[in-house]
Structures are given as structure tokens and as C-alpha cells.
Write a protein that binds this ligand. Structure first.
Ligand code: ADP
Ligand code: ADP
Ligand code: ZN
Length: 210
């Protein structure tokens, strides 16, 4: 199973990827998580990427494509993977297509009016990266590890508007890209986390039992 999750920031890609990867035993490859890891370790790459991320812009294609190319050589990718947040531009999608065949692109569809609330209420665990929302998680600590919950700096309202603009200009064309390859599946991302999960699993079970 070589999978890609598409969708605007805050669509629930990361939330769903965790459950799907656990259920189907796939490595979860989030370019956003990899970049935040580089920032935390203050690598040269991290310091470079941070400027773009804080502005709500995309990190340059060649940087992200390089990260993904090296990740794909790891042994855990041999039997499939799930990309969350990659590709985000046509050149990224084309570079990926040269390396591996993507069997399914799941587009998690959420309109802009829901995104503001999703991102402004998002909280992430500083220690393990687990994601919560203030509407359904009371308290300041992580359920799974007890770590402190923080707000991502790029979830500030000024940055969110820019990220949505960038999504519509640069990432949403990938819906047509994967549609034309015959591998696009769309799910209604406005339903509950459990309902979206059930819908994605039903699609995967049907497609991969063939
Ligand atoms: P979200 O979960 O809100 O969609 P991510 O964690 O996937 O956000 O990404 C956070 C930021 O990291 C993006 O706004 C962008 O600056 C950078 N980034 C992540 N993935 C990519 C990518 N594939 N191409 C370019 N920039 C990326
Ligand atoms: P993405 O990775 O696409 O940026 P996340 O998985 O981080 O999105 O989800 C963004 C925010 O929305 C988080 O606070 C998360 O808890 C919440 N969320 C995710 N899926 C749903 C859903 N189906 N309904 C309501 N809130 C959701
Ligand atoms: Zn945690």
C-alpha cells in the first residue's frame, strides 16, 4: 500500500494517519513532523525551513523532495507507506511519481470555514507529538504520555490565512493530478474523527482486497 493523504491544513490528515498506519502497519511519513524535528535539533536544514514555516509558506521543493527521497530508502518503506502532507506541489508529485507508484490518494475534504476553528483549537504534545483539539480535550497534558500541550506557532490566525491561500494555489491542483491517474478517493472530512476513520478504512479494505 503506497498511500498519500491530501487535504488543507487542519483537515485531519495527521489525526487519521496515526490510526490508519497502526491498523495497516504502515510507516507514517509526515514532512511537517520531519521538518519540526529538524528545527528542534537546530540543524542547518531546520533553521532554513523555519523561516518558511513561520510565514505559512511552503519549504522549497528541492529541500522537501530530498528529505522524502532519503526517507524512502529506509527498510520500513519496502512494503508501503503513508505520506501525510507530501506532496504539496505539482513538482513534488511528479518527483514522487518518478520514484514510486502511488496506489491511492485520499483527499480529506474540509471547507475553509471549518479550518480556522480546527487550527486555532489544535494543541500538540511537546513530547510525543499527539494532536488534540480544545473542543474535545480538557486539560493541559497529553493523554498518552503526560507531556505538555502547546499551540504550534504556525497555527496563529495571521499565518493560517496564508497557509490556506498557499493550499488553494499550490496544493489543491494535486486533486486533479491524482484524479487523472485514477487513484483519487475523497472523504467528507467534516464528519467526526471516528466516522472519517471508518470511511477511510472501508475504502482501503475494498481497494486492497482486490
Ligand atoms: P498541517 O498539518 O497544518 O497541514 P504540516 O505539519 O503538514 O501542516 O506542515 C507544516 C509546515 O511545514 C507547512 O506549512 C510548510 O511550511 C512545511 N511543509 C510540510 N510539508 C511540506 C511539503 N511537502 N512541502 C513544502 N513545505 C512543507
Ligand atoms: P492536519 O494534519 O490535516 O493539519 P490534524 O490531524 O492536525 O490536521 O487536525 C487538525 C485539528 O482538527 C486538530 O486539533 C484535530 O484534533 C482536529 N480534528 C481532526 N479531525 C477532526 C474531525 N473529524 N472533527 C473535528 N476535529 C478534528
Ligand atoms: Zn504526548
Amino acid at each position: 500500500m503506497n498511500l498519500v493523504f491530501l487535504g488543507p491544513p487542519g483537515a485531519g490528515k495527521g489525526t487519521q494517519a496515526v490510526g490508519v498506519c497502526e491498523k495497516y502497519n504502515l510507516p507514517h511519513i509526515s514532512t511537517g513532523d520531519i521538518l519540526r524535528g529538524e528545527i528542534k535539533q537546530q540543524t542547518k536544514l531546520g533553521l532554513e525551513a523555519k523561516k518558511y514555516m513561520d510565514a505559512g509558506q511552503l519549504v522549497p521543493d528541492e529541500v522537501v523532495i530530498g528529505i522524502v527521497a532519503s526517507r524512502l530508502t529506509q527498510p520500513d518503506c519496502q512494503n508501503g507507506f503513508l505520506f501525510d502532507g507530501f506532496p504539496r506541489t505539482l513538482p513534488q508529485a511528479e518527483a514522487l511519481a518518478e520514484k514510486v507508484e502511488i496506489q491511492m490518494a485520499v483527499n480529506i475534504d474540509v471547507p475553509d470555514e471549518n479550518i480556522i476553528n480546527r487550527l486555532s483549537g489544535r494543541r500538540v504534545c511537546k513530547s510525543c507529538g499527539a494532536t488534540y483539539h480544545v473542543d474535545n480535550h480538557k486539560g493541559q497534558t497529553c493523554d498518552s504520555c503526560g507531556g505538555e500541550l502547546i499551540q504550534r506557532t504556525d497555527d496563529a490566525p495571521e499565518t493560517v490565512a496564508n497557509r490556506l491561500k498557499v493550499y488553494h494555489e499550490q496544493t489543491s491542483p494535486l486533486i486533479d493530478f491524482y484524479q487523472s491517474k485514477g487513484v483519487l478517493k475523497s472523504v467528507d472530512g467534516t464528519r467526526s474523527i471516528d466516522e472519517v476513520f471508518a470511511e477511510i478504512c472501508a475504502i482501503l479494505d475494498k481497494e486492497f482486497s482486490k
